[in-house]
Design a protein around this ligand. Structure first.
Ligand code: SF4
Ligand code: SF4
Length: 435
């Protein structure tokens, strides 16, 4: 074979020049400025209290990370086109200027890299402004304009084309379930004809933390649940939602709905993934355009109920444990107390972080930020908050109930050389099963 000429290290191709369609963003914002969004934009009194609540501001002390600033792009459009008397004010020159490509580019990092949609700012806002939902809407407008992190958008498109963002196709799912089932001698029902409960998976678990799938199977089987996983619809994460691609968000939700309907499941269990839970539980019906034909519960809610019903019995440990509340499961999900019930059944030494529960700090990688390469340094810096919180508890075991949090924390742990292991709640529970 002929030697190839030595041309030195390959030079990466220049990033393609982006064509930014500011008008598309304006149109999207105008369409999205319904009355409840308008009331948020009118309500901000610029008090700045939200800055203290945001982990990005807390760590950097940079005023640009004040959450209220993320409202600015949509507020410009609202004041110019939709607010009461905006037509008259426009004629008098009393409205903000139109959005420009340069302006949008300036805000891109704030809308994507530095918002995990954690909702902590809303907790302190005296006007109750839900900045996370405005950021989610803003992402759609930015993407319509041709902006958005390529890696996050790619994850959404891979989900659409391959079934999951991490290449978990139906064939790979089948293979991995067979392998996990054989290796662990646990029954993992796949494609049962009928089932009361459809269990969904997060490809982060399946590809990086497969022991979680085994743990879920052990818990389901021990509780005597009639359940299945389905190759028709299995991926619970919804990168379409996170990347501002409403069309892909709908495809992902439709797959799960079709799978549940095909087996007659009246209950859909979301695995250890926070945003998967939020996307299906709170926005699923709106995205789908009709009521969901089943109840949606997070695995922590399901397990707590099984413990309450006496269907799961655990051998309680005396080992100390602390729990990282995933934002979308506790603060925005409402399953804060369920996790505490489970922890109380698991250990006699539960040590709460400070702050905890609905006020707990984010891991730094929610809202798709985990998948955004340019956000990596910032989210590693943010993780120092979590290190301080966990160390202050002195707990031996550190658990969470979100594989995305776990992946975020594992990556940051490595970068910051922090030795504490992050464990999955379902995995530690499965190890303590009595039945
Ligand atoms: S939702 Fe969370 S990350 Fe986004 S601005 Fe608010 S506190 Fe910061
Ligand atoms: S706390 Fe609420 S009202 Fe105050 S600046 Fe932030 S968003 Fe505006």
């Amino acid at each position: 074979m002929k030697d190839l000429p030595d041309t030195g290290p390959a030079t990466p191709p220049p990033a393609p020049e982006r064509k930014i369609d500011a008008q598309a963003a304006i149109d999207h914002f105008i369409q999205g400025c319904g009355s409840h969004i308008g009331s948020y934009l009118d309500a901000c009194i610029h008090c700045g209290q939200c800055s203290q609540a945001c982990h990005f501001h807390e760590v950097t002390q940079d005023p640009k990370y004040t959450p209220a600033l993320k409202l600015q792009p949509i507020t410009r459009v609202y004041k110019r086109h939709k607010a009461p008397l905006s037509g008259v004010k426009r004629m008098l020159g009393l409205v903000p200027p139109e959005l420009t490509p340069e302006y949008l580019q300036e805000y891109e990092e704030l809308i994507f890299d530095s918002c995990t949609l954690c909702g902590r700012c809303t907790e302190v806002c005296p006007m109750g402004i839900d900045i996370a939902s405005v950021v989610a809407l803003s992402r759609q407008a930015f993407v319509a304009a041709g902006l958005g992190p390529p890696d996050l958008l790619q994850a959404a498109e891979t989900s659409r084309d391959k079934g999951s963002p991490l290449g978990l196709t139906a064939e790979v799912l089948r293979d991995r379930i067979e392998w996990l089932s054989d290796d662990n001698e646990v029954e993992i029902p796949l494609d049962s004809e009928t089932a009361d409960v459809l269990v969904t998976v997060s490809s982060i678990e399946m590809m990086k933390y497969p022991d979680s799938i085994v743990a879920v199977a052990k818990l389901m089987n021990a509780a005597g649940v009639d359940w299945t996983i389905s190759t028709k619809g299995y991926e619970a994460t919804n990168f379409g939602y996170l990347a501002g691609r409403g069309d892909i968000a709908k495809i992902m939700i439709t797959r799960l709905v079709d799978a549940a309907e095909s087996v007659g499941a009246k209950l859909l269990v979301i695995p250890e993934c926070g945003h998967a839970y939020g996307a299906m539980r709170w926005t699923g019906a709106n995205i789908l355009g009709r009521p969901l034909p089943f109840e949606v519960v997070h695995i922590t809610e399901f397990v707590a109920q099984m413990i309450r019903d006496g269907k799961l019995k655990l051998r309680k440990t005396e080992e100390s444990v602390t729990y990282h509340d995933p934002c979308q499961i506790s603060r925005r999900g409402g399953a804060t107390a369920d996790a505490r019930e489970i922890l109380a059944a698991y250990s006699s030494d539960v040590r709460e972080m400070d702050p905890t529960g609905n006020h707990n700090w984010c891991c730094g990688g929610g809202g798709g930020v985990q998948a955004i390469g340019t956000a990596a340094d910032l989210r590693h810096a943010v993780f120092q908050i979590k290190i301080n919180q966990v160390e202050a508890t002195g707990a031996k075991t550190f658990v969470s109930a979100c594989a995305n949090c776990r992946l975020t924390m594992d990556e940051s742990r490595e970068v910051l050389h922090w030795p504490q292991k992050v464990q999955s709640l379902v995995e530690v529970l499965a190890d303590r099963l009595e039945n």
